[in-house]
Design a protein around this ligand. Structure first.
Ligand SMILES: Cc1cc2nc3c(=O)[nH]c(=O)nc-3n(C[C@H](O)[C@H](O)[C@H](O)COP(=O)(O)OP(=O)(O)OC[C@H]3O[C@@H](n4cnc5c(N)ncnc54)[C@H](O)[C@@H]3O)c2cc1C
Length: 397
């Protein structure tokens, strides 16, 4: 088998890249370790930045999300018993769209398969060979058979625990990492949203977030210590925690209902550089993780796909590598701005045990400034709705 680009992983990064390459006439093969049903039901992110929605719109993949997604023109910040609104429309002219990641994955998979473009699900034992040569090769097992694919480029879109980053020899990558001493306990509940926008709450007990996945389903989070056991959090304890931290009034009246999913997500900041080794390019969670407070993981994955698509378009049109040589620098500029924003939101809104009261007061002052200064609110809003890009996704010559 031979193709131009092998994409390892059918998450948001891999699937978006596959569509962008197909639109430019570049052949690719997508390999996914899990079953289609698994990736289409995996509960994860749900906030799409304006540039993510615009990109999906431009390539004709935003049909269902435009109908079922919830457009939000702001978020609420709650602390010291008061609610404050950050008005994205007024501050930036842009908005976010609440649409579950698994719904987006469903749309991207369906569109690719409907166009006759293959995704191989349930592949096993994926190995990358010769990535530091001009003849990279991917081996894997599928349907009980050993397969080999020769290609020009490999896109490592296989998430934080995938094999792409692990295939790069020790010493090549510089790793930047910060692990936070707390995690997010997330629930999905069958209730109507208790507020028409996301509510981020800072409370002496810890952070809470009220979010939603549709008109009948809410997604809510509580800050808990790292290493927490879910068994210690029966439903009643979760609702009590949410009631206390989110408070009520000012447009929020917490509605309780059956919880049908409970999970723990560690909070981590992680970046490797460079995001490329020879013919292997890393995208999304394979290269970086952000704490979920800024709602950026999925959006960064799509952003990397956009940058690589531009570089590959240039390469196949001209035979040159110079745009691909800029891949790491282009991606990392955005990645570090997003890391800074996610870290800032996390520090400002969470209870951080073991720090000095002085630092605690500084974080509270920062939040106070965000709700009392238009300039500070604009900084939050610009980052939240999504920073602009230097180039498009297609190289136009
Ligand atoms: C448990 C969890 C909860 C999250 N919750 C939130 C949230 O609430 N809010 C938020 O903003 N962000 C959240 N995120 C972050 C966001 O979902 C990710 O940033 C986003 O999924 C990154 O997309 P990706 O395509 O880079 O990686 P992924 O979505 O991880 O996709 C990688 C794909 O590669 C496949 N794969 C792995 N290994 C191999 C292999 N060897 N061969 C072939 N395929 C392979 C995987 O099965 C997967 O389908 C969460 C992430 C996780 C893990």
């Amino acid at each position: 088998m031979r193709t131009q680009v092998v994409i390892v992983g059918a998450g948001p990064a891999g699937l978006t890249l596959a569509h962008l390459l197909h639109r430019q006439g570049i052949d690719c093969l997508v390999l996914e370790a899990r079953a289609r049903e698994h990736i289409e039901t995996r509960v994860r992110a749900g906030v799409l930045e304006q540039p993510t929605v615009d990109l999906l719109d431009e390539i004709g993949l935003a049909g269902r999300l435009r109908v079922e997604g919830m457009t939000h023109h702001g978020i609420r910040l709650r602390f010291d018993h008061a609610m404050h609104r950050i008005d994205f429309a007024d501050l930036t002219g842009a908005a976010i769209t609440v649409y579950a990641q698994q719904e987006l994955v469903k749309d991207l998979v369906a569109a690719r398969l409907a166009g006759g473009q293959p995704i191989l699900f349930d592949v096993d034992d994926v190995r990358l060979d010769g990535v530091d040569t001009d003849r990279p090769r991917v081996r894997f097992r599928h349907d009980g058979r050993e397969r080999t694919v020769d290609c020009d480029v490999i896109a490592g879109c296989d998430g934080f625990h995938g094999i792409s980053r692990a295939s790069i020899p020790a010493g090549v990558l510089t790793v930047h990492e910060r692990v936070y001493p707390f995690a997010w306990l997330g629930i999905l509940a069958r209730t109507r949203p208790s507020c028409d926008e996301l509510v981020y709450a800072r409370h002496p007990d810890g952070f809470a977030l009220h979010s939603m996945r549709g008109p009948e389903v809410t997604r809510q989070y509580l800050q808990v210590p790292a290493g927490t056991d879910l068994a210690d959090w029966p439903d009643e304890r979760i609702w009590t925690g949410l009631r206390r931290r989110l408070g009520h009034g000012d447009g929020l009246d917490l509605e309780e209902g059956p919880i049908f999913d409970k999970s723990l997500a560690p909070m981590r900041s992680f970046v490797v550089e460079p995001m490329r080794y020879g013919r292997l390019f890393l995208l999304g969670d394979a290269a970086h993780i952000v704490p979920a407070t800024g709602a950026k993981g999925l959006n960064l994955a799509v952003a990397d796909a956009r940058v690589l698509s531009y570089g590959l378009g240039h390469h196949y049109a001209t035979g040159r590598w110079d745009e691909l040589d800029r891949y790491t620098a282009r991606c990392l500029r955005r990645v570090w701005q997003v890391q800074q924003f996610s870290w800032w939101m996390t520090a400002m809104l969470h209870r951080i045990d073991g720090t000095q009261p002085f630092d605690e007061r500084l974080r509270a002052a920062e939040l106070d400034r965000v709700v009392s200064s238009r300039a500070a609110a604009t900084t939050l809003a610009e980052n939240y709705v999504g920073l602009p890009f230097a180039t498009g996704w297609v190289w136009r010559g």
